[in-house]
Design a protein around this ligand. Structure first.
Ligand code: ADP
Length: 551
């Protein structure tokens, strides 16, 4: 029997229409650095998205599933592009402005971008790449910046504001197939070549509803969210779409991502929620310790992208900012798990431990653990295996580059279509995931696994340690052993032996897992999205660039 329900496609244009009418008064607030942010209502964003779509179609000839790329910070124009491009049926491709030039070129050519919308201040980055971007016909420049950098460019250059000015204020958004491509994002390549993930209207719509659930971020129109996570990092974790469903105001930092302006914008604009990777929060914490600010509005902080050290969570709890830890990937849109503690643990000693896990799987994400021999492992909170996931907002393939050609590499997809995450962990009987490592980062010492993340968390709990990263290095006797690289706080008096004793104290780390090799570094190298770049550390060690002490 067929259902009797209407079959209304889940489209980005519907999220836009809803947000710009029902929540028309909500705002996108873009930080400008001069203390007076630019405020634009959702109603205005709706009008300008329609105007941008007209310009893309009528002036630039965008049609079908043409790719329109953005090379932009988080700001109102980027939100307009987020809605205009997919709503008209084209594909939004967010370019990661922190990638090395050759990767950006490779990605833009692979996606066959026809247009790049760029923030003017990023022209020094784009201009030298343009001659290598074979498919780019138009560059649209938004905001301040030196346009003369584009003199002589083969692509046609347009002003964003001139393009949208005077265009009709409404657009008849097409009734698309909800499974068609809406946006694409390449993995940041922490562990390999970038791979293109293509989100559908349907996947984004369903993911946005999940982001909005009380057991996820659970924000309402009484909230303002500070979107620190870049719009080029997995759609800013779904926030721009989710907020247009619920009318949450968005505070956009633009290029002002340093701790001092972030602290200033929190004090001035009083967001209630913020989302970013741990590195950003470490920086903000140091800033708040040095210069006190009124950050009392900010009561909810979503941290993900890499493991949130428990010490960071505690420090934020003390400031009245409650951290909610979450796990995800480019391939999972990204929300895969979120660590809201279960009712029975709230107010008990167990609560903190639950909050430190990567979190619980929502209804839309199925999970299983696979052992080294391909066997299924139980959810017993002890058996560690590779996490595999499946669901409506989980990738089932990568973009191949030739029309509809898709790639399903065997190391990333199981034969029955599950995504192999490359993350190793355990799952408790009540569905909480604890990641112990990335498959590629785990330290295999004498046939046993040592979790680099566990060592890092324990080290970062030491009062003199600002940051710590642990990588596997070759060892004649054990195959691999951990190398501890630590960033010490100013004025620290501790030495390696002291740190090692600290790790061993109170059973923090088992004796056989304690690192023998130690080095002090100035800062942990970071990837384009602010994660520890262990590839760099491993290379530096291999090439003898690190001054290693053996205990
Ligand atoms: P890349 O794979 O290039 O780093 P992604 O942003 O897609 O790009 O990264 C996804 C990976 O980030 C996950 O597979 C996982 O290893 C790591 N990750 C994300 N969130 C967390 C978290 N809360 N704890 C630990 N690791 C995390």
């Amino acid at each position: 029997m067929l259902s009797t329900m209407q079959d209304v496609p889940l489209l980005i244009s519907r999220i836009l229409e809803h947000g710009s009418s029902i929540h028309g008064a909500s705002q996108v607030i873009t930080w400008t650095g001069d203390g007076e942010p630019a405020r634009r209502s959702y109603a205005e964003i709706g009008v300008r998205a329609a105007q941008l779509a007209h310009a893309l179609r009528e002036d630039l000839g965008i049609e079908g599933d043409d790719r329109v790329a953005t090379l932009m910070w988080n700001n109102a124009e980027h939100v307009e592009a987020y809605f205009a491009i997919p709503s008209m049926g084209a594909v939004l491709h967010t370019l990661n402005l922190r990638l090395p030039a050759e990767q950006l070129v490779w990605i833009a050519n692979h996606a066959a971008d026809r247009v790049v919308i760029v923030n003017g201040l990023l022209l020094p980055l784009l201009a030298p790449l343009l001659p290598h971007l074979a498919t780019v016909e138009h560059v649209v420049v938004a905001g301040p910046g030196d346009r003369s950098l584009l003199d002589g460019a083969r692509a046609r250059v347009h002003e964003y504001e001139e393009l949208v000015a005077g265009k009709p204020t409404a657009y008849e958004w097409p009734e698309l197939d909800e499974r068609s491509a809406a946006a694409m994002c390449y993995t940041s390549g922490t562990t390999g070549d970038p791979k293109g993930v293509v989100y559908s209207h349907r996947s984004i719509y369903l993911h946005s509803m999940q982001v909005n659930m009380a057991q996820s971020m659970g924000l309402t129109d009484q909230d303002t969210t500070l979107v620190v996570v870049p719009q080029f990092h997995v759609n800013a974790w779904g926030l721009p779409h989710a907020t247009f469903m619920t009318g949450v105001n968005m505070l956009m930092p633009d290029r002002f991502l340093q701790p001092a302006p972030l602290a200033q914008m929190i004090e001035q604009e009083r967001p209630t929620h913020a989302a970013a990777v741990p590195t950003i929060w470490q920086g903000l914490l140091a800033e708040l310790n040095a210069h006190s600010r009124d950050v009392s509005s900010l009561t909810q902080v979503t941290i993900g992208g890499s493991a949130c050290p428990p010490s960071l969570m505690e420090a934020f709890d003390k400031l009245g900012m409650r951290v909610c830890h979450a796990w995800g990937m480019t391939e999972t849109s990204p929300l895969g798990t979120i660590a809201r503690p279960p009712a029975h643990a709230v107010g008990t000693e167990e609560e903190f431990a639950y909050r430190c896990t990567q979190g619980r799987f929502p209804a839309g994400v199925e999970a299983r653990l696979t052992g080294p021999g391909g066997e299924r492992l139980p959810w017993d909170g002890e058996s560690a295996g590779e996490l595999e996931v499946r669901g409506s907002w989980i990738a089932g393939a990568y973009y191949g580059g030739q029309g509809a050609e898709l790639l399903r590499p065997a190391d990333k997809f199981s034969e029955d279509g599950w995504l192999k995450t490359g993350d190793v962990g355990i799952i408790s009987p009540d569905g909480y995931l604890t990641l112990t490592d990335r498959a590629k980062d785990v330290i295999k010492s004498g046939g046993e696994w040592i979790s680099s993340v566990e060592l890092e968390n324990a080290l970062m709990a030491h009062p003199d340690v600002a940051e710590a990263a642990v990588v596997a290095v070759p060892d004649d006797k054990w195959g691999e052993r951990p190398l501890a690289t630590v960033v010490l706080k100013e004025g620290s008096t501790t030495d390696f032996a002291g740190l090692r004793t600290f790790l061993a104290e109170e059973g923090r780390i088992a004796k056989w897992q304690l690192p023998e090799r130690w080095t002090v570094i100035e800062s942990v190298p970071k990837t384009s999205v602010g994660k520890f770049d262990k590839k760099v550390l491993r290379r530096q060690y291999a090439e003898g660039e690190l001054d290693v002490t053996q205990l």
